[in-house]
Design a protein around this ligand. Structure first.
Ligand code: HEC
Ligand code: HEC
Length: 453
């Protein structure tokens, strides 16, 4: 055994600095231990069941969903002139079939949008106004998007597919494209498709005759009627209600497949978890440990960023005065969840509707005034991989985010009433909080999950 003594001594010496009280993993007697343990992932994290999606944990559906996630063939023409063929655009104005989910949720960048100008807001067919959130650990959220406009992964896909500034497609065209491009795989998972090649029942939307043809860039709405969607007064509205439902169900099933795939995207175990659980007492630097203590203590961050994914999944007004992003855009009148939640509650595609496979009561029953200007608390695992921060994308580094919270947010220039108060941190404490946020980065999804298939 003597041969092991030198390295053992070396190990002890190397561990010495970590034995000071600031750097030790929390002990039973440490008052912040319970608070920090609440932020820890269990060794084998369990995905919350998604009762709305019968295929949520079906591996065939997930593989199909992965294929669809990288498929640009559901998208309509690029409308905004900023689509000029540069790397920041997905193609040139007038081109079709250029925008996939993966175009704005880049797999190698935590499924967020690092591509578009300054990594702030996304240029799809046109310019959106909100930042594309990272999709890592998205299955932990029941209410989706910054304002809660969707209540399930399966219905969220209708948002980008039918938005004139995102994919500028339409549900009828998307269903026809699944039939044309992916019929066999669809049918293996979901059973027989409706006869979408029967043009007497399902008008063919070839060329550019679907989605929006003319965008009001200021208001981000279509001038004239988008085609292939409910209310088009044309191809979609002309179908029988049975066929309309069949088309919608194909896109719902696309959403269920994509949802099954998205459930697999996770940030994973981080240095923070290894440190708190004692698995690796040296996993964090002294600054990161001080930051962890501030996060649950003086910084009051965990009052909203709670639980293993560091979000209470609620909507808060943090008093953010919008600033110019992507060099020219200022989104100064976003009411947030006070508009998003009612819109989700009225959506016939929500989990209470006929396209859902179950309802676990995720839709709130009452809404209050605090939702004006409120946005969903972002989860913070893998936060340092995001190219920008806040729903506007206006902050491009974590130092600015922490300073923002230290100031108690902005004084004015936002809708509603802020919940924040100033924290009075000193510069070293702010730096410690940033160091802690950087300890929340795990390995992310495997290379197989990040690749098109
Ligand atoms: C043009 C860019 C763009 C494209 C294309 C796009 N997204 Fe997004 N995505 C966004 C933006 C921006 C948001 C935030 C929307 C909001 O909060 O209003 C978002 C939000 C989401 C969310 C909610 C995440 C959360 O944490 O709440 C999911 C899930 C999602 N997208 C999946 C998809 C899927 C699946 C597709 C393809 C069918 C897709 N996205 C296509 C930009 C895009
Ligand atoms: C009152 C609830 C609340 C408190 C307290 C709070 N946050 Fe947040 N945090 C939010 C909300 C809501 C957002 C998104 C705001 C927006 O986009 O308008 C956010 C955004 C963030 C982001 C940006 C993440 C992203 O993807 O854009 C980081 C980082 C962050 N908070 C860290 C902290 C830290 C560190 C503290 C403590 C100093 C803190 N937060 C305190 C609710 C809170």
């Amino acid at each position: 055994m003597t041969h092991s003594t030198p390295s053992f001594t070396w190990l002890l010496l190397a561990a010495l600095p970590a034995c000071s009280s600031a750097a030790s993993p929390p002990t039973e007697s440490d008052p912040t231990r319970a608070a920090l343990l609440e932020l820890t992932l269990p060794p084998t994290p369990v995905l919350p069941t998604d009762v709305s999606n019968h295929w949520a944990d079906d591996s065939g559906a997930a593989a199909f969903g992965q294929r669809l996630f990288f498929e640009p063939g559901f998208s309509g023409q690029l409308l905004d002139g900023d689509n000029d063929g540069t790397p920041e655009a997905l193609g040139r104005q007038g081109e079709v079939g250029k925008v996939a989910c993966a175009g704005c949720h880049l797999p190698d960048h935590a499924f967020s949008d690092s591509r578009s100008v300054r990594g702030q807001i996304s240029l799809g067919a046109g310019w959106g106004r909100r930042r594309a959130p990272s999709l890592l650990d998205v299955a932990q959220s029941k209410l989706l998007t910054w304002d809660g406009r969707h209540d399930a992964l399966y219905n969220q896909v209708f948002g980008p597919i039918e938005s004139p500034v995102e994919m500028n497609g339409s549900r009828l065209f998307a269903a026809e494209q699944v039939f044309a491009l992916h019929r066999a795989e669809y049918e293996r998972v979901f059973g027989a498709m409706p006869p979408l090649d029967d043009t007497t029942r399902f008008p063919a939307l070839a060329g550019k005759a679907f989605g929006c043809a003319n965008l009001d860039e200021q208001d981000r709405v279509c001038r004239g009627q988008p085609r292939g969607v409910p209310g088009d007064g044309a191809e979609y509205d002309g179908m029988s209600s049975v066929d309309q439902e069949a088309v919608t169900r194909v896109v719902v099933n696309m959403g269920k497949a994509i949802g099954a795939y998205e459930r697999l995207l996770t940030c994973g175990q981080t240095p923070f978890d290894r440190w708190v659980t004692g698995a690796d007492p040296n996993a964090l630097s002294a600054a990161q440990i001080r930051g962890a203590n501030l996060f649950v203590g003086k910084g009051k961050c965990s009052s909203c960023h709670s639980g293993p994914y560091l979000s209470d999944e609620k909507f808060h007004n943090v008093g953010l005065q919008p600033a110019i992003v992507a060099t020219v855009f200022l989104d100064d009148n976003d009411s947030g969840a006070s508009v998003g939640l009612p819109s989700m509650m009225a959506d016939p595609l929500n989990v209470q509707g006929k396209f859902s496979d179950g309802d676990d009561g995720r839709i709130p029953t009452t809404l209050d005034d605090s939702l004006l200007g409120a946005f969903r608390t972002p989860k913070l695992r893998c936060v340092d991989q995001r190219p920008s921060f806040m729903h506007t994308g206006q902050m491009t580094n974590l130092d600015d985010v922490v300073s923002f919270f230290d100031h108690g947010g902005n004084e004015f220039g936002f809708p509603g009433k802020s919940e924040l108060t100033p924290l009075g941190l000193v510069a070293a404490e702010r730096a410690d909080l940033v160091a802690f946020l950087r300890s929340l980065t795990g390995p992310g999804p495997s290379a197989e999950l990040r690749a098109a298939r």
